[in-house]
Design a protein around this ligand. Structure first.
Ligand SMILES: [Zn+2]
Length: 207
């Protein structure tokens, strides 16, 4: 009582049981994060509440140090492997497996919100922009089933076909197998079929 200096972060005292004020700040942080506002508009205090409430477990706190793992896995390991195992020069290892691969992976991921909104079939809903694009499906390991994803956004698999050409769905399934994820939401076959008939462009092929 009274020993706390003014302005100290009282809101961070108990990480397990958020107070009403913490919950309010958390909600505000979430809304700001979800909205179009820039992160600069979220105060530092709100950011720290957001992080502390979302990641109270010591293991999850490791996520805060993700930048180190990015440097390690994205740049150091792809550089080290060819240099160490088959004597590639460090410059080539840096520019090709590290930088060029990184640029290609980023661009392939971004195709989800460009190419997959412009080119392809619309078997589930012909009234929306997103399309099924095989090239994006391949390059973004599953995200090209985009007409399906926007028609049924709550389906975790983002595809009618589950793991087929869809490594991200396989990864979630594997996490479920390990007990690290649960309650996967899927769309029933009946709902998909009725939607195909109601709003599809007729290009659907089963299987
Ligand atoms: Zn989209």
């Amino acid at each position: 009582m009274g020993s706390r200096p003014p302005g100290s972060p009282q809101i961070l005292r108990d990480r397990r049981r958020p107070t009403q004020r913490q919950q309010g700040l958390l909600l505000r942080s979430r809304r700001l994060a979800a909205g179009a506002q820039t992160s600069r508009q979220v105060s530092c205090r709100e950011k720290s509440v957001f992080v502390n409430l979302l990641f109270p477990h010591p293991l999850c706190l490791f996520i805060r140090h993700y930048k180190l793992s990015v440097l390690l896995m994205c740049f150091f390991v792809p550089m080290f492997v060819p240099w160490y195992f088959w004597g590639e020069s460090l410059w080539v290892s840096y520019f090709i497996p590290a930088l060029l691969r990184y640029a290609l992976v980023l661009n392939a991921s971004w195709l989800v919100n460009s190419a997959a909104h412009m080119w392809g079939n619309r078997p589930y809903d012909k009234n929306i922009n997103p399309r099924e694009n095989r090239f994006v499906t391949f390059s973004a390991i599953g995200e090209g089933f985009h007409n399906y994803h926007h028609t049924f956004p709550y389906d975790y698999a983002t595809s009618e076909y589950g793991c087929k050409l869809n490594l991200t769905t396989c990864f979630i399934d594997f996490m479920c197998f390990l007990g690290l994820a649960k309650d996967r939401k899927r769309v029933s076959r009946e709902v998909v079929l009725s939607r195909l008939q109601r709003t599809g462009d007729g290009s659907h092929r089963s299987g």
